[in-house]
Design a protein around this ligand. Sequence first.
Ligand code: FES
Length: 113
Amino acid sequence: MMQSRTRPPERPPRTHPPTPEHPVSYKLTFDGRELPAQEGQSVAAALWSAGILAWRTTRTNGAPRGAFCGIGQCYDCLVTVNGRPNQRACLLPARPGDTVTTQEGTGRAALED
Ligand code: FES
């Protein structure tokens, strides 16, 4: 018996009705600059969409870093979000009004007063 070579039916698009808390598009800020973001984007995706590729520097050489693996393994994408350092931007969903800031050094500056 021959198998059909037809395509499987396409999945319906995921639909999440926009709500005031979860609008389809919204704004967040990165180092004081307002950026657009879309529902479902990670913080890294929102930064990439705005053309921002690096948002952290290494603690020893100050080398720029951004998303590398994109799956939460390399920790190159650490960023400070809403005052919380060491957030993996590739995994963290962006939320309306998030305040994202560049992270320098160990990400413990807030603890070293
Ligand atoms: S890009 Fe590797 S952990 Fe985020």
